[in-house]
Structures are given as structure tokens and as C-alpha cells.
Design a protein around this ligand. Sequence first.
Ligand SMILES: [Zn+2]
Length: 317
Amino acid sequence: MAKAFASTADTKTQPARLTQLAENVYGYISDYDPNTGFIVGPDSVMVIDCRATPKMAREWIADIRTITDKPITHIFLTHYHAVRVMGRAAFTDAHTVMASRGTLDLIRERGQQDFESEVRRFPRLFDAVEEVPGLTWPNVTFEREMTLWWGDREIRLEHLGRGHSKGDSVVWLPDDRVLFAGDLVEERCALYCGDAYLREWRETLDRVAALNARVVVPGRGSAIIGEENVREAIRLTREFLDDLITLTQEALDKGADLKGAFDHVYAVMTPKYGDWPIYEHCIPFNVSRAYDELRGIQDPIIWTAERDIEMWNALQG
Ligand SMILES: [Zn+2]
């Protein structure tokens, strides 16, 4: 039987929980849906990503209101993926939306296609998607890094290099050594590599590791607490990339086409990672991108709803 497309068969709601990570710093964390977080400042609140739809965001805001009634004035986007940015309209007090230059470029270039494609891949996460008024646009961008001082707290927004996408950036709180990693680091959840720069991602992970975080909020999976667990999560993320790159290269060396490469990678990676959430969803996209990158296609080809289905039927059908 053909496998259900992407995550269309994943329909069970996952509650997210507020998790305090440091004074005035919280994660909003579920089993394996995209994580978010927020920082309470002297006068206002900054959210890190804004969920997939205004409805999903309002549910989160109701939980934020159990902690603080300060206005949510700042939004930081870790990267451009629709599942993390399309809830923006719910944040009616937010006057500042910050992102890296690379993220702005991607929203301009492929934000609409990504939105249409993501809604079809994972409908559960796009609850009441019809309320989304349009793409989410940053109005403050930075090339490599930007620092905010909220009271005496230093908040660093850093683009540490390309990886999961061209624009990935993290929130780093140096005093508390808390890191919001976006999708650069996952905690025992499959990596999505459809928009990735796979070899550069490994170098970017070196810079993530060099921060020496004590707490990491991964893109998906539970909060990672303690230096040793942080190191292990980064190691596992890297190993997933290593396996994908090495196995795809092996297939290419034998002259395999995309389907041949997929079959080879799938056969070796599935026993190791098959029980990680969203593995079946991600692996065809991952091999497609690895196959392109290793053949010299520098930038990820834009995914559209049509290209998604065509690829899926060819590889997972
Ligand atoms: Zn992502």
C-alpha cells in the first residue's frame, strides 16, 4: 500500500507545555511539533517564532497570559518555514518582526510556495489556516547578528551559517547559556533537509556547539538540559546529516538515479532512525536535496505543492 503523503496521516493533537528555562525565559514545547519560546522583558515580551496559524498562536498566547500580561511587542523568526511564521496576525501588539537577511530573501523568493506546500504536507499544524491574511514579513533584518538589551539581559540573535535553510538563526542568552536553536538542532526527531545546505549545516553545528549552551530548545523534541545532553543532541543531529550525505554519495558513485539513491539511503537509515518522529515524512525530501547538492546544485530547488506530490509518488508511492 502506498504511504500517506508526508504527515497527512498524523492527526492527533499534541498539547504544548510552558517550560521555564531561566528567569523570565520559557519554552513552549510539545512531544515533536515545532517548538517556540518567549522572553519576558522589563516592559514587554519577545516571542521566538509565532506558530503556523493565528488560531494556533492564540492558544499559545492564552498560555503566555498565565505568566505575564505585558504586551508582546517583538517577534523573532528563526527561519522562513510557514509552520513557524504564519501565526503572526495573532500578535496584534507586535511592532517589530526580526529575522536574518537570508530569511527575508527566502520569504520573498519562495514564501508563498512554501506556505502552500507545507499546508498540504501537515494539515494538522495549520488549524484554521483560512484566517492567515498573507505572508509574514520581518521589518528588522540583520546580516550575521544583532544584540538587544532588555533591562540587563543581553539577547543575541545570530545567523551562525546556512544549514536547515539559508537563513537559520538562533537566540542566544549568554548569561543563562540558553539557546533557541530553531531547526538547526533536533532532539531525536528527524531532520527536514528539503531546503538544506547539508555540508554547510555540519560546519554551522560546530559554531552552535562552540556556544557551549547549558539549555537548548530544539526545533522539535523535548528541551535539552545540561551540557552533556546538549553535546549528545548536536552529535546525533550531525550523525543524521553524515549518514544522509555519505549514503547518497555512495549511491551516486554507483551511478544510481534518484529512486536508486532513495532506496539505498532508506534501507540503511530506517533501522537507525525509523522510530524518530516525522522520519517517513522527511526522508524523501532529504534524499532529493542530498542528491541535488552532491551533484552540484547549489541552492535548494523550490518545493511547490505539485513538485511535492510528483516526488512523493516517485519515491514513496
Ligand atoms: Zn524548518
